[in-house]
Design a protein around this ligand. Sequence first.
Ligand code: GUN
Ligand code: ZN
Length: 445
Amino acid sequence: THQRPTVIRGPVLTFTGNPFTHGLERTAVYEPDAIVTMANGLITDFGPAQRVLPRLPANAEIKNYSKDSLISAGFIDSHVHFPQTPMIAAHGEQLLDWLTNYTYPTELKYSDKDFARSVAQVFLRENLRNGITSACVYCTVYPQSVDALFEEAERLGMRIAAGKVLMDRNAPAALLDTPKSGYDHSKALIAKWHNRGRLSYAITPRFAPTSSHEQLEAAGALCREHPDCYLQTHVSENKSEIAWVKELFPERDGYLDVYDHYALCRPRAIFGHGIHLTDDELQVMHRTGSAIAHCPTSNFFLGSGAFNIARTLREDRLVRTGIGTDLGAGTSFSMLTTLNSAYKAAQLNGYSLSARHAYYLATRGTAHAMYLEDKIGSIAPGMEGDIVVLDMKSTPLIKYRMQFVEDFEEALFVQMTLGDDRAVQATYIGGELKYSRDPAEVRAS
Ligand code: GUN
Ligand code: ZN
C-alpha cells in the first residue's frame, strides 16, 4: 500500500470487448484527453479528464503525457522463451536444425542458477523497455531456471506465467528429464510458485517430439491435478516437424490429436504457432477452449509459414488467439514490430488486419487467450495497473510521417509499422512506474 495514488493524463486507447466478433464501434474506446488513476496495484478510476478531475483524491499529483502520447493497457506476450535471449538472431536454419544447432546448446547453460538469473534480468528489462507487462514464458528443463525467472518477476511485481520444460527424448542427454522427475519437479514448482502474488505456473511439455507417451501422460495428470495452471507447448509450426510427429505417433489422428489424447487441450492451454492446423483441428481448439499463440516474427525468421489469423478469429468458430514474440526464434521484443509482422502474415493470406484490431490482439485479445481479461489487457476500474505509454513521434521519420495522418487509425498503423522500443516512453506495473525512457524519472519514482 502506498501513500499516494498514481495519476496519469493523456490520450487513451482501450477495448471493452472483442472487435473481431463485435466490431470496433462497440469495443474500441479512444479518449483524446483521459485520466487513469491507480492505487494498491489496481486501476481505481478512468475517464475523460474533465469528468475525473473533480473526483481526484486531494493528495493526487498528475503526470501529464503530451497529445503525441498514447496510453494503453500493457502489452501481453503469450509465448516466449527467456533462455533464448542470448541466442536471438542465430542464422540460417529452419525449426528442427535450429533447435539442434543453437537452442539446445544454449539451454544447457541453465543448470547454472547465476547464469539463469543474469539472463532473466536482461529478459524482464527488455520486456519493460518494450511495454510488455505480462508474459507466458518457457524456462528450461532445469528447475533452477524457473526459480530464477520467478524470483526476478516477483521483485518487479509482474504478472508472469512460466514453467519448467518437460522433455525426455530426442535432445542432448543433459537436457532430458524422465516422466517421473519431470512430474516431481513440476509438482514442487507448482507448490512453490503457482498463485504466489501475480505468478502462475505453466505445465510445459516442449512439444510432442521431445516427450515420450509416458511423459505426455504425466503432463495430463499434472493438468488434471492443477486445472488452473497453464499448459503450454508447440503445435504445427513446421512441415518437417509435423511429418516427424506422424512417425512418432502413428496411432494418432494428426499432431493436435496427440495432445488431445493426453487431455492437454483445455482452457488455459496455449499452443504456439498452429500455422498448419486443419479445420478439424481448429474445431477441436474451439471446442476445448484452447488458445493459439501467433508468433509472426518467429514464423518468418524460421521460414515456418504465414499464419492465417482470419481462420481462428471467425465468429462462428472462435479460437482464442494471442500474440507472441517467441523470442529467440522471434526476432524482436517489440510488440509494435511483432504487430508489423502480424499484419504482413495476414496480408500473405489475403486478410487486411486493421491497426485497432492489432492493438486489441496485443492487449485484451491476448488476455482473453490466457483467460485473464478480467485482470489485465484493458483500462477500467478494478483492472490491474499495468500500462504502457507510447510516444507517437519517436523517430525523425515517424515524426515526419505523422504530419500527414488523417485520423487516429492511421496514426496507430504508422506506429505498428515504423515503431519499436524507441516508441515506449513509460511502463507501469501494478500502478508503479518501472521503466521510463527518461532515466532521471525512474530514479525519482
Ligand atoms: N518447438 C519446440 N521447441 C521450440 C522452440 O524453442 N522454439 C520454437 N519456435 N519452436 C519450438
Ligand atoms: Zn516457442
